[in-house]
Design a protein around this ligand. Structure first.
Ligand code: SAH
Length: 415
């Protein structure tokens, strides 16, 4: 399959990337990175020269010596120009390749996920399961597929065929999350791709704790599956505690704290609607609302008010959105995390635990650590990181794809 070796001028600053239609030559360092497991060719690696291939075109990457490196699908618009589907020169991007990856992903879940009390988990995690740009989540009998690029269009139907065969779902919903070069496109509701319409409420279980989710919701089904290990850590330490759950959304941390026997649980979120869903989640588990407080409002304002009233907590969860513009306030993790931790420390009892979560590739572990460290010095509190958690087993990260570890969860002990 590999094209004949091509002569290149060593060290030439700008070689012609295109060898012939469907074949692109890449620089040595990029070939090395891809050969070490990295699943993307970034647009900048093309040296600013667009290829004429349409979205979804199959492209072979070759190194400077013309040796085959990888084969993937082309995206003419995104930051990621090519998603690697195979490193086997003899494997075409076709139904069989997709089926192999879906089945391997299924075997991994069978091996690693609990057999009982677990009906919501990721059944295919893009890069980590060999299909970059595609995620598939299971919620009971239903599957929700996220497609992150128009480049994946050619394998859509193969994917749905393979998912139907492997999982026998009642429905497959599709959510397109194509990102233009600048900004986020608004998301529409998920659309039904296969099967029959799902009910508005679906009850799922996570280690036996129940959650009500909506597979069609544009901005999230109501349960962030990737935070599962963080919820378990919070539950381990919540018994008898006064818990403050900031950015509580549908109350997943609050429900887990309730199950663990927390004394008092305060959930804070801008969205009143989210509190309604949190209450519903308590209800389906048979947990009473006694000891629960649901505060609608901006986390910073609520913290300031609590601090004035000298309220304090033994366990605090900080899980802000990576970016939100709700009701006029712009929250960016990079800028505001330090300020958030500092404000939270004002209501942190001596000896309390604070869980700091960040779920974006844009903030590294080091940056999060620094933000917490700066906040601790400013607030004159000693903060130690006592536990770290990351993605659960159903979110496998390919070796060689370091950015893939996007979720950071630090449990901090505060003096
Ligand atoms: N911690 C949640 C997920 C948080 S999602 C969980 O475990 O599932 C982010 C939430 O932050 C959203 O529900 C959004 O309404 C809320 N939010 C955004 N900006 C906020 C602010 N300034 N103050 C309080 N809540 C905010």
């Amino acid at each position: 399959m590999s094209p004949p070796p091509t002569k290149t001028r060593r060290g030439a600053p700008s070689f012609e990337p295109r060898v012939r239609r469907g074949v692109v030559r890449i620089a040595g360092d990029i070939a090395t990175r891809l050969r070490a497991g990295h699943p993307y060719l970034f647009r900048e690696a093309l040296g600013g020269r667009p290829l004429r291939e349409p979205a979804g075109a199959t492209i072979d990457l070759v190194d400077e010596a013309g040796e085959f490196v990888a084969r993937g699908l082309y995206d003419p618009d995104g930051v990621v120009a090519l998603r690697v589907i195979t490193r086997d020169a003899d494997e075409p991007i076709a139904a069989a390749a997709v089926e192999r990856r879906v089945n391997a992903a299924r075997r991994l879940r069978e091996q690693l996920m609990p057999k009982q009390g677990m009906t919501a988990y990721r059944v295919l995690h893009g890069e980590g399961d060999g299909l970059p740009g595609v995620t598939v989540d299971r919620y009971g009998d239903h599957l929700v597929v996220h497609l992150f690029s128009p480049a994946l269009e050619p394998l859509r139907e193969w994917l749905y065929d393979a998912l139907e065969a492997a999982w026998k779902p009642k429905s497959i919903y599709e959510q397109r999350r194509f990102k233009p070069l600048a900004g986020d496109a608004p998301r529409g509701p998920a659309t039904l791709a296969r099967g029959e319409l799902a009910p508005v409420e679906i009850e799922v279980e996570e280690y036996g704790v129940k959650f009500v989710i909506d597979v069609t919701a544009p901005l999230g089904t109501g349960l962030f599956l990737d935070l599962r290990e963080g919820r378990r850590v919070v539950a381990e330490h919540a018994a008898g505690k006064r818990v403050l759950n900031l950015f509580s959304y549908t109350g997943a941390f609050s429900v887990w704290a309730a199950r663990a026997g927390a004394k008092e649980i305060v959930s804070v979120d801008l969205a009143t609607k989210a509190h309604g869903r949190a209450r519903r989640n308590l209800q389906v588990n048979g947990f009473s609302e006694a000891g629960h407080e649901f505060i609608p409002g901006d986390a910073f304002k609520v913290l300031a008010r609590m601090s004035e009233r000298k309220r304090s907590f033994d366990l605090i969860v900080l899980d802000p959105p990576s970016f939100s513009q709700a009701k006029g306030r712009v929250f960016s993790v990079q800028k505001d995390y330090r300020e958030l931790v500092e404000a939270a420390l004002e209501v942190t009892a001596p000896g309390a635990l604070v869980a700091c979560v960040s779920n974006t590739m844009k903030v590294s572990s080091e940056e999060l650590d620094r933000a917490i460290g700066e906040a601790s010095v400013r607030a004159r509190r000693m903060v130690r990181i006592v536990e770290r958690r990351g993605l659960p087993a159903d979110f496998p990260v390919a070796a060689g794809f370091h950015e893939g570890h996007y979720l950071k969860f630090f449990l901090c002990a505060v003096v």
